[in-house]
Design a protein. Structure first.
Length: 434
């Protein structure tokens, strides 16, 4: 499975043995003092029982508008429901059809208190539903008429009022940390704990699969999230590098670079299940690998943000996700030998080389093999542009790049020609690469 492919949902097995307990929920046995044959079972990692409550649709809307509900934890995907699906949810609510509960949670307290005394909630599951409610209440959809759509049916005011008072069932967790939030999210998505044995069985659409990857807890996804927050922030690629990173693809691309660096010279971009299995590893990230990853992205960011080097990343067209991954690998392999000018020239030649032979630049075996072959066989250092100053290796240059005019960004599912639209920066770590 490639970075951009989709796969079908496979049949689920009814065999309970397929799903071993997760690390946070294991069972131990011991002998009771009252009798040698009696065993006492104790489950560790038990969450505090959640509270079930309900709020009106208007109350939830007000909390969203007042920023009392966080709809964007790291593991959540973007708003992806199209208008017909959002409209269908509103229709189901008005007709009293069942809607799964909204799940809230937050570190220390699922419902914490701000300085002004207001309650704060984080949405673990239900973002698409809450967004639909928000858009409906904003009168952006379904019942707001316009001159350009005179045939549109308007919802009567009494039904609008009825909708505002609809009770939405919510489940609120308290005393949980971010890792437990992600664990809840995983189990809600799959119905079971996410384990390596289950990776090959639970293929949904790519967006859902990436969403689950982002929710994995452990040392490996932690370092990837650290880098991800940097590459999308104001001190990262945001506004400087035009690449296809919609719907969590940035996380998948950064993780793929990490996988290839650790497993070099393995000549293939990992499939989604392979990548998930890698992210689920419990052994710590070695200091050397951590430094290799951070240093690779330091150089990558310098190339993207400095006008002297960035042309190769934005011309002749936007960088596709597979190109982003391969550029990361190229930087890792040559950052100790080539200068920033030489790396920029090598990237330009690699992109031209693959586009000369392939029209569709997508993540598949042919493209991956071709680009890796360029790095190991066809790249000639003597043919690269030089800086005329001795070409000091890029790994030794960590100076902050000069500000320059930002390029237009794109945010869509396709990897080639797309319509421009504004891109929102992710949460940024307080310690930049520079």
């Amino acid at each position: 499975m490639s970075l951009s492919d989709f796969s079908d949902l496979t049949d689920l097995s009814s065999d309970d043995d397929d799903f071993p307990p997760s690390k946070t929920s294991r069972t131990t046995t011991r002998t009771s003092k009252k009798g040698k044959g009696t065993k006492e079972y104790k489950i560790s990692g038990v969450l505090r029982a959640p509270r079930t409550t309900s709020y009106t649709a208007k109350s939830l809307y007000d909390q969203i508008i007042e920023n009392a509900i966080d709809l964007d934890p790291e593991y959540q995907r973007d708003v992806v429901w199209p208008e017909p699906k959002q409209s269908g949810l509103i229709d189901s609510m008005l007709r009293n059809y069942y809607m799964p509960p909204i799940i809230f949670g937050k570190e220390s307290l699922a419902v914490s208190t701000a300085d002004d005394g207001s309650e704060l909630r984080t949405c673990i599951d239900g973002k698409q539903r809450l967004t639909s409610i928000q858009r409906f209440t904003n009168e952006r959809l379904w019942y707001k008429g316009s001159a350009s759509n005179s045939r549109r049916k308007l919802l009567p005011k009494q039904l609008i009022h009825q909708f505002s008072n609809k009770q939405i069932v919510c489940v609120e967790y308290s005393d949980i940390n971010p890792d437990q939030e992600r664990e809840i999210f995983q189990r809600v998505q799959l119905g079971v704990a996410l384990t390596p044995a289950g990776q090959h069985r639970f293929f949904i659409l790519d967006a859902h699969l990436v969403e689950r990857m982002q929710a994995i807890v452990g040392p490996w996804p932690t370092i990837i999230r650290e880098i991800q927050s940097q590459v999308l922030g104001e001190d990262g690629f945001h506004g400087y590098l035009d690449w296809g990173h919609a719907r969590g693809r940035d996380f998948q691309c950064v993780a793929s670079i990490g996988y290839l660096i650790e497993n070099h010279p393995k000549p293939a971009v990992p499939s989604a299940p392979t990548l998930e299995k890698w992210l689920l590893k419990s052994d710590p990230v070695s200091p050397k690998l951590r430094e290799d990853l951070l240093d690779t992205f330091r150089v990558f960011l310098t190339l993207a943000r400095d006008q002297k080097y960035s042309r190769s990343l934005n011309k002749p067209t936007r960088v596709s996700p597979i190109e982003f991954v391969m550029i990361g690998v190229l930087i890792y392999l040559f950052r100790d030998r080539l200068s920033l000018t030489q790396l920029s020239s090598a990237i330009e030649k690699m992109r031209k080389d693959v586009r000369d032979d392939h029209q569709d630049i997508r993540a598949n075996g042919r493209i991956t093999k071709h680009m890796l072959s360029f790095m190991t066989k066809r790249l000639k250092i003597s043919e690269l542009k030089t800086d005329g100053e001795g070409d000091k290796p890029a790994a030794g240059k960590h100076t902050k790049a000069k500000k320059r005019k930002r390029v237009a960004e794109y945010d869509d599912d396709s990897e080639e020609e797309e319509k421009p639209r504004k891109v929102t920066a992710s949460k940024v770590s307080s310690e930049p690469f520079y």
